[in-house]
Design a protein around this ligand. Structure first.
Ligand code: HEC
Ligand code: HEC
Length: 329
């Protein structure tokens, strides 16, 4: 008698779980139709888009060809936006993860996408067919990007020389591919940030700059909220290993003692390299994924705003060794 009941319970469970998985498989991510917008290709738009792509949001970091043998891993200009198989460059990703070709090449890039589909992918996280993008693509942050800024970005992407570069498709391990379907969501229209409020503007820049994405440690694929910006995320690559630094205002283990001037100088030390090309890496202690070269081109107002915002975040005591095992510089 009891055996029969147990069998029934088991059967019901199997049907429920199986049905749940099937539902997840078939369920499209939450999405709205792409807008019919055609962005204006004005010189101002393209210039602002170039700044966002290369300096502010470091789209380059994932989507462009880079030379990891040099300090700061500069972009190889002929491979700008051509895409990368990220899972071949970074350990620990759940499957084959590819940052696609964003150039207007019609076969291997975005040549056949509408501007509205590009904007939707960047801010809402679905591709032109409505498939959910793996959120390593920072669309959960980019949904805060202003309408003006995202249109500028698309104008710049449209102006890139097409590069033919066939890449494999992203293929995520089970069950990650199912869970990420809950991440995309339609975005509302976003007004430009108020630049007169320095701290709020700094928060906008930090969100688009992905500071929190890299500077917050990850456990089991999720950011550790209690250690937001406290560093400790490990990046293991064939070119070297680096751990992100604590950039909270903690006095001992963070950047609490840094003056604004010292903070800005840290970035501007890379200005020359960004302009005339950085030297080869002197050793593993200099390997980094911190986008110093791109960020060194920020105007002082923008770096100052980020500094002002970073002073307002919760200090977290967390000692980080950025280059474990490497000789001290
Ligand atoms: C940390 C790495 C990373 C950064 C930074 C990044 N992306 Fe991505 N991006 C990805 C990955 C990975 C995918 C593909 C995800 C997938 O296929 O599921 C992607 C997908 C896309 C797509 C969809 C393309 C397609 O063919 O499906 C667009 C458009 C895009 N990114 C634009 C941008 C722009 C513009 C920026 C800068 C504002 C940017 N990305 C910054 C990693 C990144
Ligand atoms: C792609 C990942 C990545 C992104 C994006 C990133 N960082 Fe970093 N950052 C690192 C790593 C790794 C280090 C440690 C190695 C080094 O100093 O180069 C670091 C170091 C730093 C340091 C030096 C701290 C010290 O104690 O020397 C500062 C300051 C910093 N980051 C600020 C920022 C800010 C501000 C942003 C956003 C605009 C940002 N980072 C975005 C990866 C990143």
């Amino acid at each position: 008698m009891w055996k029969k009941v147990l069998l029934w319970i088991l059967l019901v469970l199997i049907v429920l779980v199986g049905g749940g998985v099937a539902f997840l498989y078939l369920r499209p991510p939450s999405q709205a139709p792409a807008s019919a917008i055609k962005v204006a290709m004005t010189p101002q738009r393209i210039a602002r888009g170039k700044y966002i792509f290369e300096n502010l949001s470091d789209c380059d970091g994932c989507h462009s060809q880079r030379d990891f043998s040099r300090v700061g891993a500069p972009v190889v200009p002929s491979g700008r936006g051509r895409g990368n198989e990220l899972s071949a460059q970074l350990k620990g990703l759940p499957g084959t993860v590819v940052a696609p070709n964003l150039t207007p090449d019609p076969e291997t890039g975005l040549g056949k996408w509408t501007d509205g589909e590009k904007i939707r992918a960047i801010r809402e996280g679905v591709d032109n067919t409505g498939r959910a993008l793996f959120p390593m693509m920072p669309y959960p942050s980019y949904r805060n990007m202003s309408d003006e800024d995202v249109q500028s970005l698309v104008a710049y992407m449209n102006s890139l020389p097409p590069v033919r570069n066939p890449l494999p498709a992203t293929k995520l391990d089970f069950p990650v591919g199912l869970f990420i379907k809950f991440v995309p969501a339609p975005a509302a229209s976003v007004a430009p940030p108020d630049r007169s409020d320095r701290t709020r503007y700094g928060e906008y820049l930090a969100t688009l700059g992905g500071c929190g994405d890299c500077h917050t440690p990850i456990e089991k694929g999720r950011p550790v909220v209690a250690k937001t910006l406290a560093g400790g995320r490990v990046f293991e690559t064939p070119s070297g290993t680096v751990v992100s630094a604590n950039i909270t205002p903690d006095l001992e283990t963070g950047i609490g003692k840094w003056s604004e001037e010292f903070f800005q100088k840290k970035f501007y030390d890379y200005r020359e390299y960004a302009v005339s090309g950085p030297p080869p890496l002197p050793g593993p202690q200099a390997f980094t994924l911190m986008p110093w070269l791109g960020l060194s081109q920020w105007p002082p107002e923008d770096l100052g705003a980020i500094y002002a915002w970073l002073r307002t975040v919760k200090p977290v005591h967390n000692y980080v060794e950025t280059h474990p095992g490497a000789p001290k510089p």
